[in-house]
Design a protein around this ligand. Sequence first.
Ligand SMILES: Nc1ncnc2c1ncn2[C@@H]1O[C@H](COP(=O)(O)OP(=O)(O)OP(=O)(O)O)[C@@H](O)[C@H]1O
Ligand SMILES: [Mg+2]
Length: 240
Amino acid sequence: MTASTSAPSTSAMLQLRGLGKSFELHHQHGARLDVLDEVELTLHAGECVVLSGPSGVGKSSLLRVIYANYRPSRGVVRVRHDGDWLDLAEATPHQVLEVRRRTLGYVSQFLRVIPRVPALDIVAEPLLETGLSTQEARQRAGTLLHRLNVPERLWLLPPGTFSGGEQQRVNIARGLIVSRPLLLLDEPTASLDADNRVVVAELLEEARAAGSAVLGIFHDEDMRDRVATRLFPMRPFQIT
Ligand SMILES: Nc1ncnc2c1ncn2[C@@H]1O[C@H](COP(=O)(O)OP(=O)(O)OP(=O)(O)O)[C@@H](O)[C@H]1O
Ligand SMILES: [Mg+2]
């Protein structure tokens, strides 16, 4: 584990306090799944915290709550946005979009393919939203795709027919092309070979060195040991 690598800053970027998420199981006589209960976590700039625990324990659900895909049932999700704390549990949809655009990135396991849009533009799009010219954005997208070993002959094709690992690398490139202070990663390297995992680990180290805070899920133990500065074990939940 790279715990000895000192963080460039100790400023908190994310605070979870008393965070809970319950799912009502309508088909099971109103049984309730308390997937997240009293989660307390502070994430600092420059660290990479890896969520650990068995399948089904609620790791992906926690990332979805933080990204505001799921509304929490209890507690707060405080994100440092433009220097101020903002509770995403209470934020307006407009605020959530602003936070996602500039502060909070999320790389899911699978690429959401947009029909007819070539890989290069899928990766370049987040840069265009920051006001960069199309030419500059495409150039930077190409540099990152090249680094992730996506062959140039694929860049102008829509990724629908790409292999799982090629799609995953396009997804990672899209998620990392804009440097955001907070990064959520849900098994971004699951279908990658060893060489490409190393590239992703290096990209994450660079993001941390630039001050980003990373919260991720990595099933592969080597990858976890390489990128984690700290593990956050998750407890099995209750069904009531
Ligand atoms: N929208 C939902 N409605 C009902 N139950 C859900 C919903 N989303 C997640 N769950 C349940 O919450 C539990 C945790 O799921 P989650 O995907 O967070 O686990 P995980 O720790 O990421 O597992 P894995 O390691 O297999 O990816 C599961 O039992 C799942 O069925
Ligand atoms: Mg999961």
